[in-house]
Ligand binder design. Sequence first.
Ligand code: SF4
Length: 338
Amino acid sequence: MKFLSDLRLKLTKNGFQAYRANQVFKDLFKKGIDDYNEMTTLPADVKELLGKNMPIFSIHPVQENKSSDGATNKILFKLSDDSLIEAVLMKFNDGRNTVCVSSQVGCAMNCKFCATGTLSFTRNLTYEEIADQVLYFSLILNKTGERINHVVYMGMGEPFMNYDEMSKSINMLRDSVALNIGSRNITVSTCGIIPGIKKFSKEFDQVNLAISLHAPSDEIRNEIMPISKKYPLDQLMKTCEDYIQTTHRRITFEYVMLAGINDSEKNAYELASLLRGMLCLVNIIPYNETSIKNIKGSDKKKINKFKNVLLSNHIQVTVRVSLGQDINAACGQLAGKK
Ligand code: SF4
């Protein structure tokens, strides 16, 4: 769905009154009606104009994978040019209903542990294609009186390589007449695109920032995340310090545990020393195994040891609850299979 202002413009240009756009938004976002023909307040000619020119959805589901416990639902969507993207709904026990959205078709960053990284980059998503992933799940939950209350930009693609459309999609998600999701319930995750972090700190200081760090040194990071050759750790850390000073917000550092690559006790001490004194949280992520050869996840014992080293060095740590292992929930796995 486009912005309310776009809908109004379309209607007034075609001789209809602007308030019809408000009726559409009310029916769609408040009542969960996703078909113009079922919006009883609209006259037939408005339904026809909008149906032909402004379809509600820019994306269409082609495959659904629900986990056996029902907590995770991953949808493969087809776009107008037949490209495929994925989005996942995760329902946590604490009441969070989180959608993980994609921001690009494929990804050019080529992180070695990531299924999306093995798909080549095709194109950026429009803001509508990003926001519609949330709208899709929101309409499903609407039927049971629930709502989406968190959104994370952690699906396919690097959001800061699609900065303008990502920004517009955040504005659409936050719009009180649309999905009405609070800024502090939205998290954008980047692999460390420094110009994007700088811009984001000024334009979205209330939206959460997560950095996919995944290594405590350039040596390891260069091996698994080629982008770090362009934006090495010392520059990235300096940018993070500046971000905290500008926004007074905590940064989450994502750290995926890869057996024999970044999960030793020594790595944990290196990470603790890299982050010492910084307003941050380390989110340790057990690796959702993919078909990528030579990359395996660390076992529970290793993860616990790693966590304890960070804790003993006064670094805040969480270990991500791992959902959706039975549905290939790691990003890019479904699209890759197709
Ligand atoms: S981890 Fe993120 S940035 Fe890296 S290849 Fe995958 S989608 Fe792209």
